[in-house]
Design a protein. Structure first.
Length: 118
């Protein structure tokens, strides 16, 4: 078993509850952690024995640049579902969706939601 991480995938999106978030948009960041049996890839060094992380990023991009949603929780859930459907061999998945510059006075470190499966 191993863990593969993709950190700080960046997008500009129009998600959020506030009108200015939907109109003006804002930056988002997504982190993904995937866990599966990597033993064949470790032995073989062949790309067909592992997960193509470009395909994972494409699934994340499709959600992040798709129709706007209100809640970070919903956005993270859509990403999690797409990864589960596209990569059925996963043992566990962690998705973090972050607004690094939320339109909330006083928040300097961003806001983030994390979902885990299972």
């Amino acid at each position: 078993m191993g863990i593969f991480r993709i950190s700080r995938i960046r997008f500009y999106g129009y998600h959020g509850l506030l009108p200015e978030e939907r109109q003006d948009g804002q930056p988002f960041e997504v982190d993904i952690e995937l866990s599966w049996d990597m033993s064949e890839a470790v032995r073989s060094d062949r790309p067909e024995d592992t997960v193509d992380y470009r395909e994972v990023i494409k699934k994340v991009k499709d959600v992040m640049t798709g129709p706007p949603v209100g809640l970070l929780e919903h956005l993270a859930g859509r990403i999690l579902d797409e990864i589960r459907k596209g990569f059925p061999g996963m043992e566990s998945i962690v998705v973090r969706v972050r607004k690094p510059e939320p339109p909330v006075p006083g928040v300097l470190g961003g806001v983030e939601v994390e979902l885990r499966w299972p």
